[in-house]
Write a protein that binds this ligand. Sequence first.
Ligand SMILES: Nc1ncnc2c1ncn2[C@@H]1O[C@H](COP(=O)(O)OP(=O)(O)O)[C@@H](O)[C@H]1O
Ligand SMILES: [Mg+2]
Length: 588
Amino acid sequence: MNPLFRLLQFSRPYRGRLAAAFAWMVLYALGAAGLAKLIQNVFDEVLKSGQNLVFVATAIVAANVCKGVGGYFSAYLMSDVGQRVVMDVRNRLFRHILNQSAAFFARRSSGQLMSRITNDVGQIQQAVSETIGDLLRESLTLVGYVAYLFILDAKLALVFLTGAPLVVYPLARLGKRLRKTSRRSQEELEHLSHVSAEAFTGHRIVKAFATEAHEAGRFGTVADRLYRANMKATAALSALPAIMEVLGGVGMAAALWYGVKEIAEGKLTSGQFASFFAALFLMYGPAKKLSRVNANLQQAAAASERIFEILDMHSEVVDHPGASAMPRLSQAIEFHDVRFNYDDDLSHKILRGVSIRVAAGEMVAIVGRSGAGKTTLVNLLPRFYDVTGGSIAIDGVDIRDVTIASLRSQIGIVTQETVLFDDTIAGNIAYGSAGASQEEIEKAARAAHAHDFIAALPKGYQSMIGERGQRLSGGQRQRLAIARALLKNSPILILDEATSSLDSESEHLVQEALANLMANRTAIVIAHRLSTVRRASLIVVVERGRVVEAGRHDELLSRPGGAYAKLYAMQIVAGRRPLDVPVGQLNE
Ligand SMILES: Nc1ncnc2c1ncn2[C@@H]1O[C@H](COP(=O)(O)OP(=O)(O)O)[C@@H](O)[C@H]1O
Ligand SMILES: [Mg+2]
């Protein structure tokens, strides 16, 4: 379907307003055509014999008032509809993007996605709020003039209308070109947004590596490409008035030649001719505006295509028809021969048949070198991705047979990189637990060992923490994330290297907070320090997407040459306190 036509569907809820706008446009067009008619009266009556001066003068004012009032209300209403449509498209796009799978987000940067919401939607804004209004109003006006021309002199009018395709053809050609160049410039704009978002979020690394000039160069290159794309569009756009100018001149000359002949033969009064000529002259304005309309619409079409591209994407992870709510975990989570690869390229298998049973209320640890597939494995449980083989079941029910919302509501996640929002501390702890009371928030903060540092802040729980919690230390951020998970109170917990990035002191606090969090919950813990793992009722060692060993700490340690024993031995070789060396460091 034509993207513009699809875009128009968004204006359906506002039919009433559109109809009202249309009525005002009719008034505008009537006023415009009336003016052309009045010119005849000026020449044939007022100027010739002096009669009807008051009537004609009043009528001229009245016609202009119709044009003014009709123009105002129609423009206002059309603009209103346009803004509403743009708002609806934006809201829909945002919601749609948020509902996409993790795979979708892994393929695109947030800068690119933001560009669709701001730049592409912005591009259609002009089209729907102004251009469509222009199109309707100016077309109506043209129809008014043409009708008047026919009434005046049908033959003369026909002569001119046969010239119309001469105007339309080059405009259509230009429009096509413009759609292509416009798409290019939207793509470059997206690229620009990507480059700047990346540089700004990574500003500390940019500074640390002194690569400001490099980043500026990257930005400059894209900016230059955007400039070129824009100039291509401009070249096409600037040709429009020129074409209209030339064609308009030819039309006038032809009218003059023909008109003079007709007057000489007595077929037209000079008033009629003046009126005809004036109508032609007046048509020039709307025609010029209309010539731009197509150009604007083509630009909007290019942007709409990009918007619908996203709206037509459907998340691969969706609720199956008939999915029911998942009851609270009571027996076990079972990974059964789970296989997974990120790309369709089957040669790069990330998980190759992992089976793990996590009994309710137990803590299972997953250890292994970085890149082994641990994070991938735990991301399958909340269905950030769906398994490509095997299955995951909770209490015997495949997680693909329950609703995603009910599944995720049972799972709390704390990862190495905490994600906090630019909100107050209280707002961050209560994120996802709408309606939590101040007492509940404080209770969670205490259990997460966060209360003391929060209370020491000048504004306490109402302190703003900055984007991604920049105003807090790593350990403080981590404890807030734990408080958030505590408040959510989900029975299943995933800890993915939750203490990896912390120094020993804050790690100690975070460990205690985590112990509070894990109490009475079923936990899957990806441990980066083997010290955390000792208490686990089951330790699973993963290597290259396979489980190579499973058992309790002492059991695994007593296997000479076993994978776990090796990991453990390497920690001792590293020359630190044996239980305190991150597994991750072993790879370096
Ligand atoms: N979004 C992704 N797309 C493609 N490959 C990925 C993606 N995320 C991780 N990988 C690959 O999957 C493998 C396992 O990664 P991961 O599960 O993060 O390992 P771990 O958590 O054990 O360090 C790695 O080889 C990594 O390159
Ligand atoms: Mg990982």
